[in-house]
Design a protein. Structure first.
Length: 368
């Protein structure tokens, strides 16, 4: 296989950044031509104030050898590498402090330059948080917006799943593309790659190390026009993402919750300090910059589906489901006096008509 020196250069440059030898800004400034890294002069490297270890890695050819092997892996797996100077590199991300030198991508790369909203929150949401994350992500995607999140457990997972029902979603990883974390989301990652996009700034083989996630969060918010927080404690990583979004000049929004819940403290803190209070998808869309707000509002108006026809028993079951919470099938059966076996059949029909959503553990809720 013929090795692309241009790609090898960008991969090697990224190693210097992700391994902590150089900031992205310095890397792009010091190595503004490929020869300075691939065919370096020792005197020039000394002038760059690199550590002795970094200079040794460059002069020994270690970085080039590693990059050549990774270039082969990228081609074998069908991954795409976007460098900072690539015309396909997302414009919004160029504007942030210390943007990634490269992005490893798998899926529909055109989504990187489409309007999107980041949806983040607790890894252990309540039923209320699950409902709102799924619902709002679904509706945002139906508006033609890309729902961006971090593939973590909890709100991230729900946001991706909700968005996939009605549109596109983008997952930003804190690991290499070949090291999906958490492992239980591997199938979800495959679905996202097939119908959306998975990206990372970390080389293949990179494990999900703790310091990767704050770096991941700046990319997540940087790719988005706005950041929505759904349930978060005061020490939640979601608040870090919200802070990064503010620093990047993005809109920050939050869903309020019960004052008795610890997972409302983070979102209420944001709202007290100026974040937009969100009760509906219209609240989110109306705060987006022009012209994306108008385009999304127009899409929202035209995308609302016609109500499906229901028989009398389906209407009875649907009316018995609570508006904004889940209910267990046994409780629902007692409430409307329909045997569980018969009720399951009705609920399955309602699911197929997209009026009801089943949660794990035989809990059901109305699809708003």
């Amino acid at each position: 296989m013929r090795i692309d020196n241009h790609q090898v250069f960008w991969l090697a440059l990224n190693y210097l950044v992700t391994d902590g030898c150089l900031s992205a800004g310095k890397a792009l400034r010091f190595f503004d031509s490929e020869d300075k890294l691939l065919n370096p002069e020792p005197g020039y490297l000394s002038s760059c104030q690199l550590s002795s270890l970094a200079r040794q890695r460059i002069l020994s050819g270690e970085l080039v050898s590693r990059a050549s092997l990774e270039a082969e892996q990228l081609e074998r797996n069908g991954y795409i590498l976007l460098n900072f100077k690539d015309s396909r590199y997302p414009q919004l991300l160029r504007e942030i402090v210390e943007p990634p030198v490269v992005l490893y991508a798998y899926g529909q790369i055109d989504l990187l330059n489409q309007a999107g909203v980041a949806v983040v929150g607790s890894r252990h949401p309540t039923a209320y948080g699950r409902l709102l994350a799924d619902k709002l992500a679904d509706e945002l995607a139906a508006c033609g917006l890309v729902v961006t999140s971090g593939l973590a457990r909890g709100i991230d997972t729900l946001a991706h799943q909700g968005a996939l029902r009605s549109g596109k979603t983008l997952a930003v990883l804190g690991s290499g593309l070949d090291r999906i974390y958490p492992k239980e989301n591997r199938l979800l990652a495959e679905k996202i790659a097939a119908r959306g996009l998975v990206v990372s700034e970390f080389p293949l083989g990179s494990e999900p190390l703790s310091f990767h996630f704050p770096l991941r969060n700046r990319v997540l918010s940087g790719l988005s026009l706005a950041c929505l927080v759904v349930e978060a404690g005061l020490k939640s990583g979601a608040l870090i993402t919200a802070g990064l979004a503010l620093d990047q000049g993005r809109e920050v929004m939050a869903v309020p919750g019960p004052v008795t819940s610890d997972l409302s403290r983070g979102t209420h803190f944001l709202i007290k300090h100026g974040a937009k209070l969100v009760e509906s998808v219209e609240d989110i869309v109306s705060e987006l910059p022009f012209p994306w707000n108008e385009a999304a509002l127009n899409q929202l108006t035209t995308s609302k589906p016609a109500r499906p026809e229901l028989n009398n028993q389906e209407k009875k079951v649907l009316q018995a489901l609570p508006e904004n919470e889940v209910i267990h099938i046994d409780e629902l059966s007692d409430k409307i006096q329909i045997p569980v076996g018969e009720l399951l059949t009705v609920l399955l029909s309602l699911e197929m008509k997209e009026t009801v959503i089943q949660e794990p553990g035989k809990f059901f809720r109305r699809r708003c």
